[in-house]
Design a protein around this ligand. Structure first.
Ligand code: ADP
Length: 347
């Protein structure tokens, strides 16, 4: 019997699909549809070989998924239909503490979280609708970026704002990258040969987006991203923590909120500091060739990360491990070393 599971990560103009066997961690094949809704829309399918297919400008999520599944079949990666679909859904608000099989109440709850992730949740819903249109009977599961962090205590998730903003609009820290932090917990517990419930760690996900989480006895107890993924560590093009008074400052200088938001999300972080790139590997190469701003960007990145690692012990208790993942965390011994050099007092 075919046991292929389809995994879907749906963005507003892009779509990532992967096929997995029930037990396997390595995808059998992946598909990336980009620039949906434009004349340049295209689909790249990777299995044993890479194949590119043109899409039509009027292709939507549903027809792009259909084309991708056809391409998977042609490449021999999929026989028949998948047995289940897993969707990455960015924001589950306070409604979801774990993954959920999608039914009408779950769809409604995801929809109600849209004000918290206005760019992401509608795209995720479009992916779910597309699959429902193609396979009305297929079990579909929503896997939330936020769910793992629903165990944060109020002291960690509340901002010191008027309390009614939490009561009425659910303004609070949610945290993201939950699937990655939860995965790090599982792998760390397995490496240490102990149960997840007995495992405490500080996990740092360092990719283009970066976040750090304190996990105590198998539960997320604090995390650096907040209401949105802008808070916390220095990231590729996001500022991470800033003085919220900066907003006032720039508004008084004549900037609009949209301009400030664009600057904080797209023009800051490693890119903004270095004036060169949002890519850590390029910055380390540039630093080694004497580029001073690249060196500064790496310094600020590592110092902020170390500062967060230092404070996360408040929530994790004595951790069993400090774990790094994401493109930077996994691959850059230089960043890990420079960060840990700030933390020698912790042993
Ligand atoms: P995304 O969040 O887009 O999935 P990744 O987790 O792939 O991103 O991480 C991308 C980052 O990882 C980039 O900044 C890239 O330069 C960095 N990276 C990948 N390999 C290395 C390396 N060997 N040394 C330093 N940085 C690396």
């Amino acid at each position: 019997m075919d046991t292929t599971i389809l995994v879907v990560n749906c963005g507003s103009s892009s779509l990532k699909l992967a096929l997995y066997q029930r037990q396997g961690l390595k995808p059998l094949g992946t598909a990336l549809a980009e620039r949906l809704g434009s004349p340049e829309a295209r689909l790249t399918v990777r299995g044993k070989h890479k194949r590119c297919h043109a899409l039509r400008a009027d292709d939507n999520h549903q027809s792009a998924i259909h084309s991708a599944l056809d391409a998977f079949r042609q490449a021999g990666l999929l026989q028949g239909d998948p047995v289940a679909v897993g969707h990455r859904v960015v924001h589950g608000g306070e409604a979801f503490t774990r993954s959920a099989v999608i039914d009408q109440p779950v769809l409604k709850a995801i929809h109600q979280c849209t004000p918290l992730a206005p760019l992401h949740n509608p795209a995720n819903l479009a992916g779910i609708e597309a699959l429902t249109g193609l396979y009305p009977q297929l079990p579909q599961v929503a896997v939330f970026d936020t769910a793992f962090h629903q165990s944060l205590p109020p002291a960690a998730y509340l901002y010191a704002l008027p309390y009614h903003l939490y009561q009425e609009q659910r303004v609070r820290r949610y945290g993201f990258h939950g699937t990655s932090h939860r995965y790090m917990l599982g792998r760390t517990a397995a490496h240490l040969g102990q149960s997840e419930q007995n495992t405490s760690l500080i996990s740092a996900h360092l990719g283009n987006g970066c976040s750090i989480t304190a996990i105590r006895n198998g539960e997320s107890r604090d995390t650096s991203m907040g209401l949105t993924p802008l808070e916390g560590l220095v990231m590729g093009s996001r500022s991470g923590d800033i003085d919220p008074g900066l907003f006032d400052f720039f508004i008084q200088q004549g900037q609009t909120p949209a301009m400030v938001s664009q600057m904080l999300n797209k023009e800051s972080g490693l890119l903004g500091l270095s004036g060169l790139s949002n890519d850590m590997r390029s910055l380390i190469e540039a630093r080694d060739q004497g580029h001073e701003q690249a060196a500064l960007a790496v310094d600020v990145f590592c110092y902020r990360l170390a500062r967060y690692i230092g404070t996360m012990g408040v929530a994790s208790g004595t951790p069993d491990a400090l774990v790094f993942t994401g493109g930077i965390g996994e691959n850059s011994a230089v960043v890990r070393e420079q960060t840990l050099a700030h933390l020698s007092h912790l042993g």
